[in-house]
Design a protein around this ligand. Structure first.
Ligand SMILES: Nc1ncnc2c1ncn2[C@@H]1O[C@H](COP(=O)(O)OP(=O)(O)OP(=O)(O)O)[C@@H](O)[C@H]1O
Ligand SMILES: [Mg+2]
Length: 307
């Protein structure tokens, strides 16, 4: 990590307060500059002859160094929102700004880690992480030094010469995180990054991500289906409703930091969980139309009842 070009993060101890005051914590967040702003952001897609509105006039302000989780029922537009912020998809109406500048396409200032492992299969771990710095014009030696720094941070130095197919799912996601962070992005966009991992690996990855976030200067936008994960990680949870995708509620997660996995057992966590559950489950009637009419499966094998 190039500390000279990266503004210094707030030291970890500033967030480690035994007498955590949630109101003060959030007031401090809201005093920070807005890093991402959606103004009446609208996304429509053509389905046959009709036009479907997926995101409907979304207004949202995310502040520097916030950890935002986005939740909502399947099909409500979470990935559509991520892709627009990533600059992968154009949007139909409204505005989306990073540091006051409109998003016009992908940029290394917005790192991406999505669920499908997006590593180059023909490149080693080190070459995957070097890719961004090399694209920015760094020499081989400098890109290699940067890549090594990040490979060490994610604890995969012994694997730097391995190829993605030789790694576990958790390792691949760590490489994907390093590959995004080596570019020193302002925003890290994560769309269900741990969705394919087993519960134990997922918990370790959550802890690792929280550690990273508390020690570097980065804003994280994290899409998840898992409500426990959202409450564990987020400063604020943006709950979307479907049909069309709109913000139903923004919840401040007023649990002290740093959070250990045991926080899940506390009454405060359980109360938040109940609130988030109610929000999302109240939306069963707002599901993606594609899910409303699931076909019955025809029998495809001959099954005999006779022995
Ligand atoms: N490129 C596209 N063209 C047409 N329709 C699209 C396109 N991308 C997404 N959609 C539609 O937009 C809706 C929202 O999709 P999106 O992938 O954003 O949902 P999601 O909230 O991420 O769902 P999930 O939780 O299942 O991942 C869906 O109905 C989908 O069919
Ligand atoms: Mg999705």
């Amino acid at each position: 990590m190039n500390q000279t070009s990266h503004p210094q993060a707030e030291p970890t101890h500033a967030r480690v307060q035994p007498d955590f005051n949630a109101r003060e914590y959030f007031d401090r967040i809201y005093q920070r500059p807005v890093i991402l702003e959606a103004k009446k952001l609208t996304q429509t897609f053509k389905h046959g002859k009709t036009q479907r509105t997926i995101l409907n006039a979304l207004d949202l302000k995310i502040h520097k160094r916030e950890f935002i989780c986005v939740i909502g029922p399947s099909g409500c537009g979470k990935s559509t929102f991520s892709r627009v912020v990533a600059g992968l998809d154009p949007y139909t109406e409204g505005e989306i700004l990073v540091d006051g500048q409109p998003i016009l396409g992908p940029s290394p200032e917005r790192g991406m880690v999505f669920q499908g492992y997006t590593l180059f299969p023909w490149k080693t771990v080190k070459e995957n992480v070097m890719f961004g710095p090399q694209m920015k014009g760094q020499s081989h030696a400098s890109a290699e030094a940067h890549a090594r720094e990040w490979i060490n941070i994610i604890g995969l130095e012994k694997y730097e010469n391995q190829y993605p197919h030789q790694l576990s799912g958790g390792m691949k996601q760590r490489v994907a995180i390093a590959r995004a962070l080596v570019n020193e992005p302002k925003i890290l966009l994560m769309d269900e990054p741990f969705g394919a991992l087993d519960p134990h690996t997922r918990q370790k990855m959550q802890r690792h991500l929280m550690d990273l976030w508390q020690n570097i200067d980065i804003t994280i936008i994290f899409v998840t289906h898992d409500m426990d994960e959202a409450i564990l990680l987020a400063d604020r949870i943006v709950a979307l409703k479907a049909n069309p995708g709109e913000i139903k509620e923004i919840i401040e997660v007023d649990l002290p930091r740093p959070r250990s996995p045991d926080v899940i057992l506390t009454p405060e966590f359980k109360a938040l969980r109940q609130r988030v559950d109610q929000l999302v489950h109240a939306q069963e009637d707002e599901l993606d139309p594609a899910l409303a009419d699931l076909p019955s499966i025809p029998r495809m094998t001959q099954v005999s009842h006779r022995k």
